[in-house]
Design a protein around this ligand. Structure first.
Ligand code: NDP
Length: 326
């Protein structure tokens, strides 16, 4: 029997690369949870993968109704095919760096946090018990969040303004919309909203690790490296998309290809090395040698703000209220 992994936003980027790698082993049934069926299907067909090793299910994380429908469709599929859910990867993300005004999800929340955090928050909670019940032997079930260095103002990348900062959650307390579209309640800034959403992902990882880790689920996050040529930067200006990969390759030496980032993500899903719950994996650049990246991820600390327990507990409570779970 195959192990089942759900990967959100696997229609492009490193989610797609990880989906291809896991599906090609024949040991995994990969469920691509995507908003564009045709885009995912075309890429999989071109990769010549055996259709027995993947499924494509619709999921729009910017709609809590869609998240609930996805969860129901997945459970029905698993029951019908007598399969267990073994891994979930919260990979999808949206980033609109040039926006002057906030966009909103179907439920009226600012879109970066509404999609990247609240959509995944609900999805992870709707499916966590299925992970827990997985009868898989050998490798514990896994819940993986995608993180970014820029969530941490103490890191070099994270120092570049605008820095992530959830403040005391004043905007979230007031509904994450209108004048309060930013979590900290301050003026709307799209890149900060994206980084803030990634702080929320890091906090959710720790909170869910505390709750589900003792029940056998490995909950972790990973920073895949700077995947400077992925579609995430699609809305940046032309010069940026030429300069940024060069800068990351030659100056910071943090550049990774989409394929290498997908390989790292597949490892966090399937390799026993990454069985530590609550871990945040990062691959270091070996600058002293030939500049190649460390082949193995290291467990590093999440940002200081994400480790603030009072803030994390309040974010968790508010997120539960906003997505309608107790
Ligand atoms: P991509 O833009 O290529 O992938 C993001 C995916 O998310 C796309 O497939 C997109 O779908 C999907 N998506 C966006 N909005 C929604 C939605 N509402 N519902 C469902 N799916 C949605 O970027 P990457 O592969 O680079 O990013 C993947 C993850 O890696 C993200 O979480 C990102 O934050 C993280 N990351 C990336 C880094 C990088 O340097 N690129 C560095 C650190 C972390 P569609 O195909 O329909 O647009």
């Amino acid at each position: 029997q195959k192990d089942v992994v759900v990967i959100t936003g696997a229609s492009s980027g490193l989610g797609m690369a990880a989906a291809k790698e896991l599906a090609s082993t024949g040991d995994w049934l990969v469920v691509l949870a995507v908003r564009s069926f045709s885009k995912a299907e075309k890429a999989l067909r071109e990769a010549n993968l055996n259709p027995k090793n993947y499924r494509i299910l619709p999921l729009d994380l910017a709609s809590l109704t869609s998240v609930r429908q996805f969860s129901e469709s997945l459970k029905t599929m698993l029951a019908k095919e007598k399969l267990d859910l073994n891994a979930i990867v919260c990979n999808a993300a949206t980033w609109h760096p040039k926006d002057k005004k906030p966009r909103y999800t179907a439920d009226g929340f600012e879109e970066h946090v509404g999609t990247n955090h609240l959509g995944h928050f609900l999805l992870a909670h709707l499916l966590a018990d299925d992970l827990r019940k997985s009868a898989r032997t050998g490798l514990a079930p896994r819940l993986v969040f995608l993180g970014t260095e820029t969530h941490n103002p103490d890191s070099i990348a994270g120092k570049v303004p605008p820095q992530a900062d959830l403040g005391r959650l004043a905007g979230l307390e007031k509904g994450l919309c209108g004048e309060n579209a930013m979590i900290d309640g301050k003026k709307f800034e799209p890149t900060k909203a994206y980084k803030d959403s990634k702080v929320c992902n890091a906090i959710t990882m720790k909170q869910m690790s505390d709750r589900y880790g003792p029940r056998g689920v490995v909950v972790s996050a990973m920073f895949p490296g700077c995947v400077a040529s992925s579609g995430l930067f699609r809305e940046k200006r032309g010069w940026f998309n030429s300069f940024f990969p060069w800068f990351q390759k030659n100056i910071t030496k943090q550049y990774v290809s989409v394929e290498e980032a997908g390989h790292r993500l597949a490892a966090v899903v399937a390799n026993p090395l990454y069985s530590t719950t609550g871990a945040y994996w990062k691959w270091n650049s070996l600058k002293l040698g030939d500049g190649t990246m460390d082949p193995v991820g290291t467990n590093i600390a999440i940002s200081q703000q994400a480790r603030d327990e009072e803030l994390a507990n309040r974010l968790y409570e508010l997120s539960c209220e906003m997505v309608g779970i107790s």
